[in-house]
Ligand binder design. Structure first.
Ligand code: ADP
Ligand code: MG
Length: 255
C-alpha cells in the first residue's frame, strides 16, 4: 500500500524541503518507488531535485486547478532517483483560487488518486504556512512528518500545527496520523537543543523519531548542485543521518 507523507511545519526554515528531498532520495536508494510533490510556491524541492522551476512544461498547479493529469506532469529525476511532481511560483495563485472550489480541500488527493498506486511512498513538501495548499496536503496524506529545530519557539508553533492536524482529522481525513517529529539542524553540544529535546521526548514519547539530522554544511550546499546530499556528498554526516532516518521510517511505517 502506498504511504503518503506530508512534510509540514508552518514555520519556514526548519528543514521541510531538505528533509523531503533527502528522504525521497534515501528511500529511492533503498529500492522504494518514490514520488516527491513540491507544493511550495518557492519551488525549492523542484530546484533541489535538479529541475529548473522557471522552465517547467507543467506543474502541480495545473494538476490541482486545471484538471491536467498528474502523469503528464511528473518528471523523472534520474540523478536523485525519484519522480517529481514539480511546483513553482504559479502555486501562489492556487492558494487563492482553491478557496472558490467545491471540495477545495480534496483537489490534491483526487489528483494523486490516479498515480499514487505506482509508488511505494509519496512525499509532499508543504509551504511554510497553514494555508489551503497545506490543508490539501493534510487531506491527501496518510500521515505527517514534522521537521523541527530544537529551539525555544519551536514548541509554540508545534501546538498550532497539531491543532490543525486535529481539525483535519475531525473533518476531512479521520485516518490522518502523526508519523513522527524529526529533529533537524541538531547540535547535541548546545544546551538549549538538549533541553528542548528532552521536553519533546517527555511530551511526545515515541512520536519523536530517534534519528536526528545534524547541522552539516554539505546538506546546505547540495541544493545548489541540484542534488540530494546523499548524491552530492555521500559520506558526509548529513547524508548518513538521512539514511538512518529513512530506515527508521521504513520500519515504523512498514514501507
Ligand atoms: P524549510 O523548507 O522548512 O523552509 P529548508 O529545508 O529550506 O527549510 O532549510 C532552510 C535552510 O537551512 C536552507 O538554507 C537549508 O539549506 C538549511 N539547512 C536545512 N537543513 C540543514 C542541515 N541539516 N544542515 C545545514 N543546513 C541545513
Ligand atoms: Mg521549504
Amino acid at each position: 500500500m502506498t504511504k503518503i507523507i506530508a512534510l509540514t511545519n508552518q514555520k519556514g526554515g526548519v528543514g521541510k524541503t531538505t528533509t523531503a528531498v533527502n528522504l525521497a532520495a534515501c528511500l529511492a536508494a533503498l529500492d522504494k518507488r518514490v514520488l516527491l510533490v513540491d507544493l511550495d510556491p518557492q519551488g525549492h524541492a523542484t530546484m533541489g531535485s535538479g529541475i529548473d522551476k522557471h522552465e517547467l512544461d507543467g506543474s502541480v498547479l495545473e494538476v490541482l486547478l486545471e484538471g491536467r493529469r498528474a502523469s503528464e506532469v511528473i518528471l523523472d529525476c534520474p540523478d536523485a532517483g525519484y519522480a517529481l511532481l514539480p511546483g513553482n511560483g504559479d502555486l501562489t495563485a492556487a492558494e487563492v483560487d482553491l478557496l472558490d472550489r467545491d471540495g477545495r480541500e480534496r483537489c490534491l488527493g483526487e489528483a494523486l488518486g490516479s498515480v499514487a498506486a505506482s509508488y511505494d511512498v509519496v512525499i509532499i513538501d508543504c509551504p511554510p504556512s497553514l494555508n489551503m495548499l497545506t490543508v490539501n496536503a493534510l487531506t491527501a496524506a496518510d500521515g505527517v512528518l514534522i521537521p523541527l529545530q530544537c529551539e525555544f519557539y519551536a514548541l509554540e508553533g508545534l501546538s498550532a500545527l497539531l491543532d490543525t492536524v486535529e481539525q483535519i482529522q475531525a473533518s476531512v481525513n479521520p485516518s490522518l496520523e502523526v508519523f513522527g517529529i524529526v529533529r533537524t539542524m541538531y547540535d547535541a553540544r548546545n544546551s538549549l537543543t538538549r533541553d528542548v529535546s528532552k521536553q519533546l521526548s517527555q511530551y511526545f514519547g515515541d512520536t519523536l523519531l530517534k534519528a536526528t539530522i545534524p547541522r552539516n554544511v554539505r546538506v546546505a550546499e547540495a541544493p545548489s548542485h541540484g542534488l540530494p546530499v546523499t548524491k552530492y556528498a555521500r559520506l558526509s554526516r548529513g547524508s548518513q543521518a538521512h539514511r538512518v532516518l529513512a530506515k527508521e521510517l521504513i520500519r515504523r511505517l512498514s514501507l
